[in-house]
Design a protein around this ligand. Structure first.
Ligand code: NAD
Length: 249
């Protein structure tokens, strides 16, 4: 089976963190990338560093009209759209009793509705071009529950389920849809988290954005028989627990 060879991608949330690393990894594969983000200064700077096959477009993933403009701009700049990476996301701390209703809705709006809107508007373009790949960046919070971030957990479980529904619908059109589930990764999003967050993992460290980008690059270019599947990179956090058993080594 040959590698997937389409050459035009949109990466949301590409101005920094994991999204910027994904954009860089794709440009290294000769894939043109529109970096779509709220952060204009950071996004333009990433695009400038990556060169002429990268371009920044301002995007709020919750805005329908904004998405339409960005998809048109991506096709004008680099040809038929074939790849969408729904990476933009936000994290808000707050328990079931304490998170504000406004913030719960905002987290779900960006992390889940924003990704749905992207697929809703981009899938017809991918279909028209004969196929493509969509990668949705979920989290281990889409595989497990965590206290204190219920809105985030709900959004990431939702994105995992939505990925499967989209994969079933779009597979016959030659469009693969997969979800990626990172554990804690060194980015601005996790800058305030203590290192102890990763301490009980088999690999007791934070991951790096480039490690997530390598998985996304693999899914796009190599994983030609994978769709509707979850790809986990979490230092073993979801493998289980080391129990304090007697005589266990
Ligand atoms: P980050 O905060 O460093 O970057 C997120 C980017 O998304 C920012 O550039 C931000 O401006 C952009 N963004 C936020 N709201 C947006 C909107 N409405 N429209 C367009 N862009 C918007 O975070 P990150 O750690 O790089 O996270 C990237 C993705 O990976 C997120 O979906 C996050 O939930 C997920 N993730 C991160 C980790 C981690 O530990 N860092 C772990 C698992 C999953």
């Amino acid at each position: 089976m040959s590698r997937f060879s389409a050459r035009n991608a949109i990466v949301t949330g590409g101005a920094r963190g994991i999204g910027a690393a994904i954009a860089e990894a794709l440009v290294k594969e000769d894939i043109s990338v529109v970096i779509a983000d709220l952060l204009e200064h950071e996004g333009c700077e990433v695009a400038r560093k990556l060169g002429s096959t990268a371009k920044f477009c301002r995007l709020d993933v919750t805005d329908d009209a904004n998405w339409r403009i960005v998809i048109d701009e991506a096709e004008e700049a680099f040809g038929p759209l074939a790849i969408l990476v729904n990476n933009a996301g936000i994290l808000d701390f707050g328990g079931i009793e304490t998170q504000s209703p406004v913030m719960f809705r905002h987290v779900v709006d960006v992390n889940l509705y924003g990704a749905w809107l992207g697929m809703h508007l981009a899938a017809p373009r991918l279909r028209a071009g004969g196929g493509g790949v969509i990668v949705n960046i979920s989290s281990t919070a889409g595989l497990l529950g965590y206290a204190g971030i219920g809105g985030y957990v709900a959004s990431k479980w939702g994105l995992r389920g939505l990925t499967k529904a989209a994969a079933i619908e779009l597979g016959p059109a030659g469009i693969r849809v997969c979800s990626v589930h990172p554990g804690p990764i060194h980015t601005p999003m996790t800058a305030g988290l203590d290192a102890s967050v990763a301490a009980t993992q088999p690999l007791a460290r934070f991951g790096e954005p480039e490690e997530v980008a390598a998985m996304v690059r693999f899914l796009i270019t190599e994983a030609t028989f994978s769709t509707g599947s979850e790809f986990v990179l979490d230092g073993g956090a979801t493998a289980g627990q080391a129990l304090p058993l007697p005589n266990a080594s």
